[in-house]
Design a protein around this ligand. Structure first.
Ligand code: NAP
Length: 420
């Protein structure tokens, strides 16, 4: 067992056992210590409601034989008060030690050249895959006719692309240097009044992301993995993402995958049973495809920026941000998070929909291997929505709905879990 490290201003709880990683496998005890960041704005409201659901679900499933020992860690405004900084070293150290964490939304500090706390966390902890499942719950209002046909899991690369934050302001020394260099050495003219951003995409980062997406598809018996890219225009970054994606499928998953280009030689032109189809689509067409032919998509692997856009667009089909879970995953650390922001105008009102955080918890329990807890929560949530007992965001679009508070929605989920 690892030695317990010393943290500056937090202590490991007296009770509970640390999760270990052995041979790349998570070793989950019956009383794991899991760290959480409450978050800013509506964070405390949704965390309180979510924790109520998580603890009740574990108790319902295991009657005291298993339980979560929660450990609070700090980021955002609470960290600023406790540590005098937005993202203290303690937070990274605890997450590295415990391997699993869950968080609410964080305010991005304005001014002073701050990077987003979320982007910083992902980069510092090398959480290279942002995983966002998008599925429909019966009864949720949707702008499309058959939202139930969309059931996808998006794997978004988290560490590079134009999104990595390597950029310089118009007129800065750095921007001038790059503009001069590109003109002098490479023969391309860039307008002198330009801001500059660097878009870089590597074989390593692409392939570890696509590897993860394919492995997920195999483990969950998903029919396909789609590589989403804009390679017709950005050939050596996005186009390379596609090529490197196909290459890793061929090299490491040849027995369990088949590329779309190989289908013509197959009987009926379709993928053999049990094989995951690897295909690619241009990013702009992908937005049409998930609207017009959602059933043809299952797992989607995308570079950073495409992945960000398609995630929010897809979530809009099935009820919006209130029901959008996510996880940022590295080789040994998984950080689960509500994907919406701090929604400051609703802070402290016990009003907002906690569904995004609750469903992120569902992903967390699946990651721990506590599948019955995950299933129980999904059933409870689905039943609460079906009974039209929902928070304001869904109630305003649902006929005959009973609008409840954030905490009451959690209680409704618990009630339905108990009844199931
Ligand atoms: P936001 O906080 O996501 O809120 C925008 C709107 O989305 C809300 O006013 C609300 O719409 C709806 N919404 C968000 N969460 C909801 C929920 N749980 N249930 C129901 N509706 C929900 O976006 P923002 O106002 O652009 O950002 C505010 C702050 O959050 C910024 O500081 C930003 O940097 C930060 N942020 C953090 C994260 C993160 O930590 N992961 C992500 C994004 C943004 P209605 O008003 O129509 O009800």
């Amino acid at each position: 067992m690892k030695q317990s490290p010393k943290f500056d201003k937090v202590l490991l709880p007296q009770k509970g056992t640390c999760i270990e990683v052995e041979d790349d496998q998570l070793q989950v005890p019956d009383d794991p210590i899991i760290s959480f960041i409450e978050g800013d704005g509506v964070g405390p409201d949704i965390w309180r409601a979510s924790r109520r659901v998580f603890d009740a679900a574990v108790e319902i499933c295991y009657s005291g034989k298993r339980r979560i020992e929660w450990m609070e860690i700090y980021a955002g405004e609470k960290a600023k008060k406790k540590y005098g900084e937005w993202l203290p070293r303690d937070t990274y150290a605890v997450v590295r030690h415990l391997h699993v964490a869950i968080k609410g939304p964080l305010t991005t500090p304005i001014g002073g050249g701050f990077r987003s706390l979320n982007v910083t966390l992902r980069q510092e902890l090398d959480l290279y895959a942002c995983v966002r499942p998008v599925r429909y719950f019966e009864g949720v209002p949707s702008p499309i006719k058959r939202p139930q046909d969309l059931d996808i899991v998006i794997f978004r690369e988290n560490t590079e692309d134009v999104y990595a934050g390597i950029e310089w302001k118009k007129g800065s020394q750095e921007a001038k240097k790059i503009i001069d260099f590109v003109s002098r050495e490479l023969g391309f003219e860039i307008s002198k009044d330009s801001g500059i951003g660097i878009k870089s995409m590597s074989v390593f980062a692409t392939q570890r992301l696509v590897r993860r997406a394919i492995q997920y598809a195999i483990d969950h018996k998903c029919p396909s993995v789609t590589l989403m890219h804009k390679g017709n225009i950005m050939k050596f970054t996005e186009g390379a993402f596609k090529e490197w994606g196909y290459a890793i499928a061929k090299k490491e998953f040849n027995d369990s995958t088949i590329a779309e280009s190989e289908l013509s030689s197959q009987p009926g032109g379709s993928a053999p049973k049990g094989k995951v189809l690897i295909k690619d689509r241009i990013a702009d067409s992908m937005f049409q495809q998930i609207l017009l032919r959602p059933k043809e998509y299952s797992v989607v692997a995308a570079p950073n920026l495409n992945g960000d856009y398609i995630s929010d667009a897809a979530v809009a089909h099935v009820g919006g941000l209130g029901l959008a879970p996510g996880a940022n995953i590295g080789d040994t650390i998984a950080f689960f998070e509500a994907t919406h922001g701090t929604a400051p105008k609703y802070a402290g009102q016990d009003k907002i929909n906690p569904g995004s955080m609750i469903l992120s918890g569902v992903m967390m329990f699946e990651h721990l291997g506590w599948q019955e807890v995950a299933d129980g929560i999904v059933r409870g949530l689905a039943q609460a929505i079906k009974a039209r007992t929902v928070t304001y965001d869904l109630a305003r679009q649902m006929e005959g709905a009973k609008e409840v508070r954030c905490s009451e929605f959690a209680e409704a989920i618990v009630r339905h879990m108990k009844e199931a």
